[in-house]
Each structure stands twice: as C-alpha cells, then as structure tokens.
Design a protein around this ligand. Sequence first.
Ligand code: BDP
Length: 703
Amino acid sequence: MRLIATLLCTTLLTLGLHAEDGSRLWLRQETDAMATVTLSAPRTSHTLELALKELHQAWKGAPVTLRVKKDKTLTTDGFRIVATDGGIEITSPGHTGILYGAYHLLRLQATVGVEAVMAQLPVEENPTYALRILNHWDNMDRTVERGYAGRSLWAWDELPGTIDDRYEAYARANASIGINGTVLNNVNASPQILTAENLQKVKALADVFRPYGLRVYLSVNFASPMVLGGLATADPLDKNVIRWWKAKVKEIYALIPDFGGFLVKANSEGQPGPCDYSRTHAEGANLLADALQPYKGIVMWRAFVYSADDADRAKQAYEEFQPLDGQFRDNVVIQVKNGPIDFQPREPYSPLFGTMEHTQLMAEFQITQEYLGQANHLVYLAPLWKEFFEMVPATSLKAVAGVANTGTDINWCGHHFAQANWYAFGRLAWNPALPSEAIAEEWIKQTFGKGGDLQAASGTADNGTTGNRTAGGGCAATGTTTIDNPVATLVQLMIESREAVVNYMMPLGLHHIFAWGHHYGPQPWCDIPGARPDWLPPYYHKAAKDGIGFDRTTQGSNYVSQYPEALATLYNDATTCPDAYLLWFHHLPWNYTMKSGRTLWDELCLHYDTGVRQVRSFQQTWDALEPYIDRERFAAVQSALKVQARDAVWWKDACLLYFRQFSCMPLPSGIERPIHELDALERVQLPVNNFECPSREMLDKYR
Ligand code: BDP
C-alpha cells in the first residue's frame, strides 16, 4: 500500500501535478519559465535575490531588468514597471519595492495573460499605508483565539531550532500582496512572550520574514513587569516600571534590529492596563512609546474598551478615548475596530474615526470570520471593508490591521474562499480604492485560473469537456447549465455573499445575536444568569411586544450624537436612516411602515428569507461552475455550501420564530416556512470553544 502511495506521489511530482488542496494559495504559477532577469543595484540583498528568483522561475515574457534607484515619486515600497526597448524594467528606491514590483508583474501575467502585459504598462504604485499589518490571535500553546484553520503556524516548542517550511511560505504570500507587518501573538497576551527564551524564537521568525519585507511586532501584556520582572506594580509612572520596559525593549532590539513595536489590549475584557493605577490610556501608551522611540518602534494601542456598567456599549470607546486626543506620543497609533461594537456582519463605522484630529489612528478589521460563519461560510469580506472606506477617508488613517485567518490547515484558512479574505485585506491595505470586484477577479484568476482565465478544468482524470466531470466520483453536480463567463459568475457570487450573510443572520441593523461564547449560530434568546448584560443578545435587539431595535437616537442612548452633525441628523430620524442601520439606531414597532411600504415585521421576514435563497443560489452557481474547478476544491466548497445553506435556514428559523413571539404577526406569504421548532433550537448547545469551528458532523448532531 505504502509503496503504491509513494510511487503515485513520485509520478505526480514528476508530471508536475499538485494535489489541489489549496496549499499553494494564489501563488500557483509554473516555475519552469527560466526568464532572463538582470539586476542593476549598488548592492544586492536577499530581498533582491528573491525578486530575481521569482521572476526567473515564473515570468514568461520579455527580459526584465530590476533597477534600484532614487526616485522622489516613489516610497521604498513603491515601484514602477515600464516597457523599455528590449523588455521591461522594474524600478524602486527600495529593495522591498522591487520585490513588490516583481509580484505585481507576475500578478499581471496571471490575470491578463503574458501577451497582454505590455499593454498594461507603465504601472506606478505606491502603497496608501506604510503599515499593512496582520494581527495573529495566536497563543503560545498554539491554540488560536477565534482561529478556524487549525493550530497556530508558530511552533513555539520547536523554535528556534526547527524552522518550518511554512514560515517562509507565509512570508512570501504576504509579500505577494504587500503585507509588511505581523503581530505574532494574541492581543490577550501572555507575559511569557517576552522571556529571554521566547524572544530567541521570535528572532528566528523575524529572520525568516525579513527578506520578504515583513516586520515582526508583539502583543504585550501590560502587567509584564510584575509577572516577569517581579515588580510590585505595573503603574506607567513608576520609575522601576519605566526602567523595566526600557531594558526589555533594548533586549528585543539587540536580537531584532528592525522589530516593529507593540500591540496592546489594556483595560479591556479583563486585561490589565494603566487604568488599574488610575492612569489614562495615554499614560500607558506613552510609557511603551518612550521605550520604543529610540529604535523607531511604534505602539499600537487598542481602543476596544467597554466597561460593564455603562448604558450603551457602542458609546464607550469614543467616551474614553476622544478626550485624550492630542495626548499620545508621535509613535503611538490608536487601533480602532472598524465598527463600534465588535466585527459584526454589518455595523456603522466607529465614530472615533474623524474625531481625533491630533492622534494617529489605524483601522482594525477582522479577516477571521468570528461572527460570519467561521470556516464554514463563504463570505467575501472586501465589500464590508469597502463600506468602511466609503465613510472614513483612507488618508485619515495611519495604518490598517487585519485579524488573521491563517493556521496549520493544509489550505491555510479552513475554507478555500477564506483565502480570498487574506488576499483582499492585503490588496486593500495597499490600495483601499481598489474595487471589491477587481480584487475578487484577480484572486479567482490566480487561484483557480489557468493562464489568465477560468478554463475548463483539466488533469489526469479529467478530459476537459464540460458537464461530465464528477466531484465525488459519482455523477456530475449539474449537466446542462453552461456558463458564459465563469470568472464573472464567481465574482458575482463572492460580491453577493456578504449581503447574504447579513440577510440570514442580522438584517436591518440587528447585531450581536450570536450564540454565547463561540459565536457560531443564532441565540437571540440567550440569557446566562449572572453574565454581563452587554454580552447577551437581548441587550442588543431589545425585542419586546412594543417592537425591536436599540434606540441610540437623541431620545435614547444618544450614541448617534458621536457622529458628525449631518450624519447624526440622518441616522437620528427613522425615516432617513438607511434600512441597513435602522434597528441599530431605532427601536420601532413591529408594524412600523418601512420605505418599501411593508411593515417592519414583513421586511425582516423577507430579509431572512432572501438570505436563505441567496445561499441556495450560490449552491446552484457553484454546481454550474464544476467543469471549471478542479475536483478537490470543487467538492470541498460544495460541501461547505451545504453546511452554509443549513445554517442559513437555522438562523432564519431561530430568529423569526423567536421574534414572532413578540410581534405576534404571521409570516408573510411567499416566505419559506420554518422547518425547525423554536424549543428544539433553544436547546442547541454546540460543544465548541473559542478556538475551533464546529464540524459538519457536530452541527448535524447537535442541531
Ligand atoms: C472579540 C473576541 C475576543 C477578542 C476581542 C478583542 O470575541 O475573542 O479577544 O474581541 O478584540 O471579537 O480583544
């Protein structure tokens, strides 16, 4: 048996065929091009050698020259690609810029085809943000908080001695989309990350990442001086505390000269912080900023704070941070989640953006789908992030961060389409003006395409004809449908997927009605005795006989007044507030007349129903795409879509049956009838924690 498997493997390798397990991400170009690439630079570097190698292996067009030269219009990450007499020239003042240019050229080859690349030139690119950072919520025991793709990539127990191949593959994937920073560990940080022993491991990773322009940052625990240094306090104004941090920072830079800096979650969800000593967030952040400043390190200080006693959680970050505007050191960046609550399928943007003129701010997005079906649902997040950028001018931000969705799973992200979110984050961090559609198209062509398009899949067992190939070894999913433009069809599916998840989970501004703890599935009824009210769904939806929604108007919590006046006025009035945010800002009667003329109840039902229908249409579309997708990934996505469809019905039934107890109104005709009983759904308790995604088997068993 073993011999046969080995022989098969060897044969496949000889034939140059790869298992289509998603492990190659969007970097799937053939490596036998042998392109002529020359270098013109005052000195070479590992980074430039990487650029040479990537092009030599994969570029199939005219000879390329890589030229490092001063250029006032380009940053060190920026590049220019031009056609010259005999070929193509990539120039940049920085070595990383050259590498980014190389990846850009290869991206063009994979998306428009090598023959059409010349027509795309010249290209000039500078990243919008100098800092484009992934946040890993990885623990030192290799669990990943809100991670749904296996264990942490960082094998702390093996480092620094053993260097896993995946570290370099990870850095390369990031460089290919312009990500240049990585925070290795969870914001709920263990002080242990800063021990001398662990810093050696961090250094080992930094050494692998460096040639790819990827800098390492660490999340730190504010109480580290007590836990590691044995001090009696972590008070930011205490001399010994100041001394401890200075020494620790010096130790880090001796190992990692280009260390990026710290990310800090302080006085939030039980984490220690300066407020424990009656100091402000500014005093806490400045303590670390002063220690990092001589080395040009930065502090990313999170604004994700809310206490148990305030009336409206949505207001709290603003109330705590806005008054501190102007008090932070120059090397502090306040990291604010895109929405005021917590990475929901849809939230209005956080009003902190735009109101701290004298403070550097950065946006924090969540790539991992904590609240969006985790690794089971196909949800393309670029439209969500674009919604944010439509409201918050890109130039008002210093940087962007994304909570990573990577892990040890063979396909890196759990769901094949979750790779698109890692990809889209990088592309948007580079240029937030890129349309979601364009990014999806790029990703599809590189991930599923062959030579710039989605051609009929071919391979050893496939004959390349449409409609007769089977995913499971049995019958084809669909035999008759032909697709004129498979790429456009898939782009459309991805674009729609975000609105679909909003529809079947939390339409019309509803938010945070997820199951307790693991956040997978609906639990609008959730009531845990003794729990903080703002961790419970009824706090957010406020469904009662008189209506549904959170009154955040001037008559209610007055959260609305944190927005600029014109927007506050718009949101404050239910007749002008966009439907998408209606129940975020208003508590309205069930029979309230919507802009559509329908009652609020009917409209709610319609949205849930539409969400379910959208997922069903994704199933159909995906089946019709079968001839264009390799069988392995086709089958995996097809299977995940079944889970998503069942989940969508679960959400719809749970929410409508629960809310109906208050509305006492009938389901409108034309709406798919529930297939579950409310009491049965209320008994569902998935035995999962915050570190895993429920499997299909588990869902089928417990739901
Ligand atoms: C929430 C997560 C929690 C994180 C927290 C944070 O549920 O696991 O620790 O945010 O961002 O989204 O700090």
